[in-house]
Design a protein around this ligand. Structure first.
Ligand code: MN
Ligand code: MN
Length: 472
């Protein structure tokens, strides 16, 4: 058999080349969207703050809290329903239920927690004339990055009568900040590798240094601080035992680069996916089937606990929805025809440290949403690997919707790695793949994301929520 004759003028390429988002979108559209995102980042530096923000938005957009809806209402049960539910003020699910319910649901999941320093249950001590706050770090941090960094105090104190006191110090320009002070270079002769220099027990913040007229000489600064806290917040040292006080960078989101093409902020991981997923759901008015969002806590420490992904709160909530719309649907089976994008960030190519990546399989800033078939480490351990059929179906939706996307892995094969919530959802039978923007400086107090990628991630999530039907 003869080979078909090749057309000489043919210019067709069979290469796959990710596209640069800036070349395809309007700068003003990107900037408008980013304005809202930066506001959200500044307002919400803790899980509780983010939940409050989203609930307020959902209520104004007509979503009803599920627990307030009657299970046995009069008349015909609704076929359309915009609902949400919150658990323990730290995890949230929102659904736009559309008929027929049995067709399944498209979901985006993201986590709201970020690495931070939590105050210990008995945090306040006095040392050399300073009141210090003892902390226990949360999530994977490089400890040295948290020294000499202005820190804000965000938290909730719950008293034994159940009343709560909110604390937020360090965000207003006139507020004081706290910080952990590093050793001066002149006296720093410790020659261990940098990471080993810092012990978790060294992460003590300076809280105060004034005795404020305390007569009692012993631990006068600590006593003065406790008096101050009582005057200001009505709390005692014992109340701190039932408090969640978090120290987060007292930094505002800032444009990065002379061209202002990026945003630097605390906690892009993973509030960037929470925000883009949320705005995508709000804009999803006529999805081909039901759509929803799952916002989680505890991802950074393994998704354990009843506000993390291991607690299948989203499925429980979906079962309640089924009861309200009186559909005799087995939600356990509904997951098998449903689909999810696990929204999480990935490690973008850092121009200074390129050798941790296989550059052909690494995501780059400005080239759109990165999709990761698997994460994990040590030979694909601890990950869900999305099936080729599902990857193809996601690819089709993205291509049909003109989304800039790029395939990616999480670093070189034996470099290390990381996990996401995807594998916990996969245990229910749902098809799930990781998809989110790449970052520079992940888990640092000031992470970098491309504005264009944030905008494109929002477009990608919206296309998926609105149009995904099945893997065919
Ligand atoms: Mn993450
Ligand atoms: Mn993380």
């Amino acid at each position: 058999m003869a080979l078909p004759r090749r057309k000489k003028e043919s210019n067709i390429s069979f290469e796959f080349v990710p596209r640069n988002v800036w070349k395809l979108r309007k700068r003003e559209d990107i900037e408008t969207y980013i304005g809202g995102y930066k506001h959200f980042l500044q307002e919400c530096k803790t899980v509780r703050e983010a939940i409050e923000y989203f609930v307020k938005m959902l209520e104004t957009r007509g979503f009803k809290r599920l627990s307030k809806l009657p299970i046995r209402g009069r008349g015909r049960p609704p076929t359309k329903l915009d609902v949400y539910e919150v658990y323990k003020n730290k995890t949230l699910v929102a659904f736009r239920i559309r008929p027929p319910f049995v067709k399944g649901i498209n979901l985006v999941a993201a986590h709201l927690d970020s690495p931070k320093l939590d105050l210990k249950p008995m945090p306040i001590a006095e040392k050399e004339g300073f009141a210090i706050g003892k902390t226990h770090y949360y999530g994977g941090i490089k400890k040295y990055q948290w020294f000499n960094l202005p820190l804000a105090v965000h938290g909730t104190v719950v008293k034994t009568d159940g009343s709560t006191v909110k604390v937020r110090i360090g965000e207003d320009p006139s507020d004081p900040v706290v910080l952990i002070t590093d050793l001066l270079p002149h006296l720093d002769r410790r020659d261990d590798p940098v990471q080993k220099l810092f012990k978790g027990e060294d992460l003590n913040v300076i809280l105060a240094s004034d005795t404020l007229g305390q007569k009692d000489e012993k631990e006068a600064v600590k006593k003065a601080l406790l008096t101050l806290l009582n005057e200001k917040y009505g709390i005692t040292e014992e109340d701190l035992v039932s408090a969640e006080i978090e120290l987060v960078p007292a930094l505002q989101p800032k444009d990065v680069g002379i061209d202002a093409s990026m945003v630097g902020a605390y906690g892009h991981d993973d509030r960037v996916c929470a925000y883009t997923g949320f705005t995508a759901l709000l804009e999803t008015n006529n999805p081909v089937r039901s759509a929803g969002l799952v916002l989680l806590d505890r991802e950074e420490i393994g998704s354990d606990g009843n506000t993390g992904a291991k607690h299948l709160f989203w499925m429980k909530t979906l079962k309640k929805v089924a009861r309200i719309i009186k559909k005799d649907v087995d939600v356990e089976e509904l997951t098998e025809v449903s689909a999810m994008l696990s929204g999480d960030v990935s490690a973008g190519v850092n121009p200074i440290f390129t050798d941790v990546h296989d550059l052909a399989n690494a995501p780059r800033l400005n080239y759109g949403i990165a999709i990761l078939r698997y994460t994990g480490s040590g030979g694909k351990y601890s990950t869900n690997e999305a099936h080729a059929e599902f990857v193809a179906a996601v690819r089709r939706i993205f291509n049909e919707s003109d989304i800039c996307w790029q395939p990616a892995e999480f670093g070189k094969v034996d470099q290390g790695g990381g996990g996401t919530v995807a594998k916990f959802f996969a245990e229910t039978g749902i098809d799930v793949i990781d998809a989110g923007p790449p970052l520079l400086g992940m888990h640092s107090p000031f992470e970098i994301v491309s504005k264009a990628d944030v905008y494109e991630t929002h477009r990608a999530y919206r296309a998926f929520l609105e149009k995904f039907e099945s893997t065919r």
